[in-house]
Structures are given as C-alpha cells and as structure tokens.
Design a protein around this ligand. Structure first.
Ligand SMILES: Nc1ncnc2c1ncn2[C@@H]1O[C@H](COP(=O)(O)OP(=O)(O)OP(=O)(O)O)[C@@H](O)[C@H]1O
Ligand SMILES: [Mg+2]
Length: 383
C-alpha cells in the first residue's frame, strides 16, 4: 500500500514499522490497534447494502488497469454499481465526414496529434475489429506508457467515461496502483502523481491502494484481512501478504495476460487479438490441450505461475521477521488472467509444491475477479 493509503494517523506508527520492513508484531497493544482497524474495515464493508439519501455522490473505488478501467460506487439502495471501459484507443485520420459519422453514432472520440481522431474505450475495440487493426494503449505493465505520446490525454478521457466530476467537492476516491517493481520505482511515482492530480482536479479527495491490498480488502474480511491477495491482470501480477489488514509484503511482476498473448501469438503465428479472444472464450485447464494454441497457452500460463511463485518464495525468504501466524492462511486470486476454468486448481497444485514459511489453507478465486480491485478500493475509500 502506498504511503497515503489506509493510514489514519493513529495507525501511523504501526504502519511505518510494518510496511516494507516486515517486522514481527509482538506487542499486544499493536495487535489490539490492528484488531480495531479490522473492525473498522468490516464496518465499512457492511455499509455496502445500506441505503443512503445522496444519489451517486458517495465514495468511489477506481481500478486503473492496463487493460480496463473500472469504477465502483454505491447507489441509493446500497447496491454496488460498477462501470468499466477498455483502456485503449484507435486512431483514424481527421476529416469532417469522420467527425459527423462518429457524432451520429454516439462514439466517444477526441482530436489528438492535430490531424488524428482517437476513438476510445470499448468503441476503440469495435473500430479495431472493423479496420482489422490493433488498438493503442495508454498503459503498459501497470503504468502509463512512456512510448505512447497520447497516453496522458487518453487515460484522462477514458477515466471520464467511468467517473463523473465530483458533485460535492472533496468526495473520497481511492484508486489502485501497482506495487513497485525493483528498479522502476520512479516510474510509479510519475504514474501515481499524474493520476492523483487529475482526480483532484475532478473534485475528489484521493487516496491510493496497491492492487494486491485492494484484493485483500475485497475478499478476505472473513479472515480478518489476513492472507495473500493476488491480482493477475493484463499487464502484471500484484501480490500482497496482509496481516490484520496491514500489507506486510507487497510486490509485482511485469507479466500478465498481455505477456501470455504476445508469447502465444508468436509461436502459433496468429494475431494477438485472435489468441486473446480464444483465451477469453474457450481456454479450459480442466481438460487436456486440444491443439497447438492450447498447448502454447498451457506453457506460458505455467511460466507465469512459476515466475510469480518463485518471486513470492524469494521475497518471503528475504523477510527477516514475519508476523507470528497461529493458523494457515488463504490465498485469493483475482484479475482477468485468473479466470479460465481450472486455473485455480492449477495454481493450488503449484503453490503446494513451493516451500513457503507460511502455511496455505486454500486457494480461492474471487467471485467477481474483474471487480475485486475496484471493490477493495471502494472499501478503502470508506464506503
Ligand atoms: N475469461 C477470461 N479468461 C482468460 N483471460 C481473461 C478472461 N477475461 C479477461 N482475461 C484477460 O485478463 C486480462 C485483463 O484482466 P484485468 O482486467 O484484471 O487487467 P487490468 O486490471 O486491466 O490490468 P493490470 O492489473 O495488469 O494493470 C487480459 O489479459 C484479458 O485478456
Ligand atoms: Mg488490475
């Protein structure tokens, strides 16, 4: 979790001692404080389902992912309402005719680079399919893409499709960020600052939360927020080992669904778009691979799981003091890459073969893997 997230002043000392430092929580006063915090978070989660007077002006959770941007808030009936958009755009040459056609068909578009029109969000995918071209993306591996000149303009436009300007100044909004990757910490500072400034400009009081920690808040309330939350997305995988809601270990690896699609498309000589559609529509690890594409998916999925678990084991082994756990802890998987049938079982089998200093009770799959991060961010925003 980043510095300004989940840090009410009275928890500051505990958090400073734990985050990144991986200290042992031995003092019973510390434990009491953490249990208080767990209760607060549980109360916050319970408030989902409670009716409110103000329509659509409550806190917002926002997942700004490499593939998709998802917002979550609560409606007046207390139900969670999510909006999502593809984090992508497609450009066509500027012309009066094109502008009229896009306006007529109610497409979302903007002028970029002087002579280009960029259609963004899910509309971009439709254009990509019609023109048989690849969409462009503002982000890569969890962060704003340095090589995309229109990244900042486009991401602001796409965010605008799922989040309105705040009706009440200072509404709380918590957005997801990736955990730092060793050697690329400064890129994360840039990414987070640009988004934060933009969201403040929209009238929000912002916080951020790392994706793995958001998965913990969304999925592990029954376990007092103690366990391992893993988000397996398009650009990366984010991991958080949380103890009583405190993120003790957070890290990310720069591999996710995009990596799998790129590798598979190369070895089977197909477009990335086609292999992605096959993956999303029919990949099933519950049966033996039926063709070369499914064989390739199995190989690169295994590679991704191995990279993630090897890193997990390495980070745990470097941690000098881990909190004393008196029982085995659950692992919860979220994100689109964890969705194929049979993937949870594949992960379960692989983690059982790893030597970890904590005992794993079970591997679960989030009931709504594409929304877990935005839900966790909403809980952290104080729903
Ligand atoms: N049913 C499915 N089966 C397999 N993969 C899927 C499925 N649905 C989506 N995906 C893949 O999940 C990835 C997107 O997942 P998600 O929306 O969680 O990522 P993201 O949050 O945008 O990215 P990141 O967290 O890495 O920044 C894409 O690679 C997509 O192809
Ligand atoms: Mg994600």
């Amino acid at each position: 979790m980043t510095n300004d997230s989940q840090d009410p002043k009275n928890d500051k000392n505990i958090l400073e001692r734990l985050i990144g430092g991986v200290r042992e929580v031995t003092d019973s006063k510390d434990q009491d404080k953490l249990h208080e915090k767990v209760s607060e978070l549980k109360e916050s989660e319970k408030r989902v389902g409670v009716k409110t007077d103000a329509a659509a002006s409550g806190p917002i959770g926002l997942d700004i992912g490499t593939s998709r941007i998802v917002s979550m808030t609560k409606n007046i009936n207390g139900e969670l309402v999510a909006k999502d958009q593809l984090n992508a755009f497609f450009t066509i040459p500027h012309s009066v005719f094109a502008v009229q056609m896009l306006e007529k068909s109610n497409m979302k578009f903007a002028e970029i680079e002087g002579k280009q029109l960029a259609i963004f969000g899910y509309d971009a995918q439709e254009f990509g399919n019609i023109f048989n071209g690849e969409v462009r993306r503002p982000m890569s591996q969890g962060l704003l893409k340095a090589s995309e000149p229109n990244a900042i303009q486009m991401i602001k436009s796409i965010i605008g499709l799922v989040v309105d300007k705040s009706k009440t100044f200072g509404t709380s909004l918590c957005f997801g960020v990736p955990a730092p990757q060793i050697g690329f910490e400064s890129d994360l500072i840039f990414h987070e600052s640009i988004l934060k400034k933009h969201l403040i400009g929209m009238g929000y009081n912002t916080k951020s939360i790392t994706e793995g920690a958001a998965v913990v808040l969304s999925e592990l309330s029954e376990d007092n927020y103690t366990g391992i939350g893993i988000s397996m997305g398009g650009g990366m995988c984010n991991v958080c080992f949380s103890f009583l809601s405190v993120p003790v270990i957070v890290f990310s690896i720069p591999k996710g669904g995009d990596y799998i699609d790129t590798c598979v498309s190369r070895v089977v000589n197909e477009t990335q778009n086609r292999v992605r559609v096959m993956k999303e529509e029919s990949l099933d690890f519950g049966r033996a691979p039926r063709n070369k594409v499914e064989h390739a998916f199995e190989i690169y999925y295994d590679d991704l799981v191995m990279s993630l678990l090897t890193q997990l084991a390495a980070v745990f082994s470097q941690a000098q003091h881990l909190p004393k756990l008196n029982q085995a802890i659950p692992v919860v998987l979220a994100g689109g890459t964890a969705m194929p049938n049979g993937f949870r079982q594949k992960f379960d089998k692989a983690i059982k073969q790893m030597k970890l200093p904590v005992e794993i009770s079970e591997v679960r799959l989030s009931s709504d893997p594409l929304k877990a991060t935005s839900k966790g961010a909403l809980i952290n925003a104080g729903v």
